[in-house]
Design a binder for this molecule. Structure first.
Ligand SMILES: NC(=O)c1ccc[n+]([C@@H]2O[C@H](COP(=O)([O-])OP(=O)(O)OC[C@H]3O[C@@H](n4cnc5c(N)ncnc54)[C@H](OP(=O)(O)O)[C@@H]3O)[C@@H](O)[C@H]2O)c1
Length: 336
């Protein structure tokens, strides 16, 4: 009989936490006992997992007793406070927040790209990269293995669910207000997103970049083990519910052809090539939402740079961008 694991999910009432519960069930992860955790605000709420109802508890030290796997998706503060506690209790912690991503003793893992780095994590913690980094590297790693990448230029079009449940609810309220000819409230998003494009991530006064853009730079460098990799990102929030898109241009150490790139991507794990522009076929957030693969299309020569490639990368930010990637890490480390 397969060994089954006691699994805690911190942030079980949130968008990523709820997606984790769905994916654990869909993939039949062997769960002997589920411990859904959140803040005291959600304590007492019910969640359903594998046909059983569980009560969400407020996170505490005792909650991690006997836990084998702790999936964290409650933000940086709770991760900093509770991940060391869960790891000391013997759990493998897979953390979705940015708290430990740049810690040299914490592997930052996309299983299709650098799984080996995640084996035997020194602190018992493995970090899940940011959603925009995960889908970018799932698409670029197969090309990078063939010809090393020199520079990445990436513009993102990021869905509102990437900012959590309050932002998603806020966009719904903004749509409702506009439909009723009322003035929409900025609410949790901080501005009116419906009908517009926003750049609301924390600005870095030194570089002029948004925090989200710096994550793309630093996380890509750490995962690929290339501290000097040139990454030029611009991140934009769009009024889409779920599914981030990225327009990417890549420069390689030697010329890459679109034909070779397409063949490599067709054979790549976790990638689905959707690429027939004359027939109107290209990846869309609506095609990615609720699905696992990273969709890649618009694979073409970079007319602005000889030997370069441009492509368009779309994925479900809640699944591959967060919950699925975390569970794939757990499966790789605990089940194989
Ligand atoms: N959304 C995405 O696409 C995405 C992608 C990659 C990474 N992430 C990361 O995943 C994490 C969760 O994101 P989300 O979108 O699921 O956010 P969310 O919908 O706002 O959910 C946040 C969850 O964290 C819990 N929480 C908040 N403060 C807490 C505290 N002090 N102690 C214990 N639990 C606390 C909340 O519990 P209550 O219900 O009790 O408030 C809720 O369950 C964040 O770190 C985010 O950066 C998100």
């Amino acid at each position: 009989m397969t060994h089954a694991f006691k699994v805690a999910v911190l942030g079980a009432s949130g968008l990523v936490g709820r997606t984790m519960l769905q994916i654990l069930e869909q993939r039949r992860f062997p769960v002997s006992e589920l411990v859904p955790l959140a803040s005291p605000r959600s304590a007492g709420r019910k969640v359903t997992f594998a046909g059983r109802e569980y009560t969400v508890k407020a996170v505490s030290k005792e909650a991690f007793e006997g836990v084998d796997l702790a999936l964290f998706s409650a933000g940086g503060g709770p991760s900093r406070q509770w991940a060391p506690v869960a790891a000391a209790a013997g759990a493998l912690v897979v953390d979705n927040s940015s708290a430990f991503r740049m810690d040299p003793d914490v592997p930052l893992c996309v299983p299709e790209v650098n799984l080996e780095q995640a084996r035997r994590p020194p602190k018992g913690i493995v970090a899940n990269p940011n959603c925009s980094t995960i889908q970018l590297l799932v698409a670029l790693a197969p090309l990078h293995r063939e010809i090393p990448i020199r520079r990445i230029v990436v513009s993102s079009y990021q869905a509102v669910s990437g900012a959590g449940s309050r932002a998603s609810e806020c966009l719904v309220a903004q749509r409702r207000a506009l439909a009723a000819d009322e003035v929409p409230e900025p609410g949790a998003i901080g501005a009116v997103l419906e009908g517009d494009l926003l750049m609301q991530w924390t600005p870095d006064p030194v570089t002029g970049y948004q925090e989200e853009e710096l994550k793309l730079i630093h996380e890509s460098r750490k995962i690929l083990g290339m501290p000097e990799l040139m990454v030029s990102p611009t991140c934009v929030r769009v009024p889409v519910d779920t599914g981030h898109a990225e327009a990417v241009c890549v420069e390689f150490e030697a010329p890459m052809t679109p034909e070779r790139a397409r063949a490599l991507l067709k054979a790549a794990p976790g990638v689905e090539v959707i690429d027939d522009l004359p027939a109107g076929v290209y990846p869309k957030p609506s095609m990615a939402a609720g699905r696992d693969p990273v969709l890649v299309g618009r694979i073409r020569e970079d007319l602005g740079l000889a030997g370069g490639i441009c492509l368009y990368v779309v994925a479900d930010n809640l699944r591959k961008g967060a919950a699925l990637n975390a569970i794939q890490i757990a499966e790789s480390l605990l089940l194989s």
